[in-house]
Design a protein around this ligand. Structure first.
Ligand code: HEM
Length: 125
C-alpha cells in the first residue's frame, strides 16, 4: 500500500485570507438570520397582538438572555447587510482583485465589529 496517502486538510492550521473569512461570515450570518427570525417574528406578533402582549415582550426584553438574542440578531443582520453591500460593489466590477478584495473584506469586518459594540452599548447601557 502507498505510504504517503492524501490526508484531510486541518482547517484549524490554515490561515484564511480576509476575503475568505468575509465569505464564510456572510453565509454563517445568513443562516443565523433565518433562525433569528423566529425570535423577531415572535416579538412582533406578541407585541402587536394586544397591550398586554406588548407589556409581555417589554418585560421579557429586560432579561440578559433576551438582550443577548436581540444583540445577536442585530449583529448578524448588520454583518449580512454590510457583506451584501460589499457584494453589490463587487457586482459592479470593483474590489475584485486580490488586494482590493482583501482590503474591502478587512474594512467590512472592522466596521462590523465597531457596529456590534455600538449595538451592545445601545442595548445594555
Ligand atoms: C432575513 C433576511 C435574509 C436571510 C435569511 C438571508 C440568508 C442568506 C443565506 C443563508 C445566504 C447564503 C447562501 C449560500 O451561500 O448558499 C445568503 C447570501 C447572500 N445574501 Fe442574504 N439573507 C437575507 C438578507 C439579505 C440582505 C438584506 C442582503 C443585502 C444587503 C443580502 C445579501 C446577500 C448576498 C449578496 C448573498 C450572496 C453572498 C455570496 O455570493 O457569497 N441578504 N443570504
Amino acid at each position: 500500500m502507498k505510504k504517503q496517502r492524501p490526508v484531510n486538510l486541518d482547517l484549524t492550521t490554515i490561515s484564511f485570507p480576509a476575503s475568505a473569512s468575509a465569505s464564510i461570515l456572510h453565509r454563517v450570518t445568513g443562516v443565523a438570520m433565518f433562525f433569528a427570525l423566529v425570535f423577531v417574528i415572535w416579538a412582533w406578533a406578541v407585541s402587536l397582538s394586544s397591550p398586554e402582549g406588548f407589556e409581555t415582550v417589554k418585560s421579557v426584553m429586560q432579561s440578559f438572555i433576551a438582550k443577548f438574542i436581540a444583540w445577536g440578531t442585530i449583529t448578524v443582520l448588520t454583518y449580512h447587510i454590510l457583506g451584501g453591500l460589499r457584494h453589490l460593489v463587487m457586482d459592479m466590477g470593483h474590489w475584485e482583485e486580490l488586494e482590493s478584495g482583501n482590503t474591502s473584506a478587512k474594512v467590512t469586518i472592522a466596521l462590523w465589529i465597531v457596529l456590534a459594540v455600538v449595538a451592545g452599548v445601545w442595548l445594555w447601557f
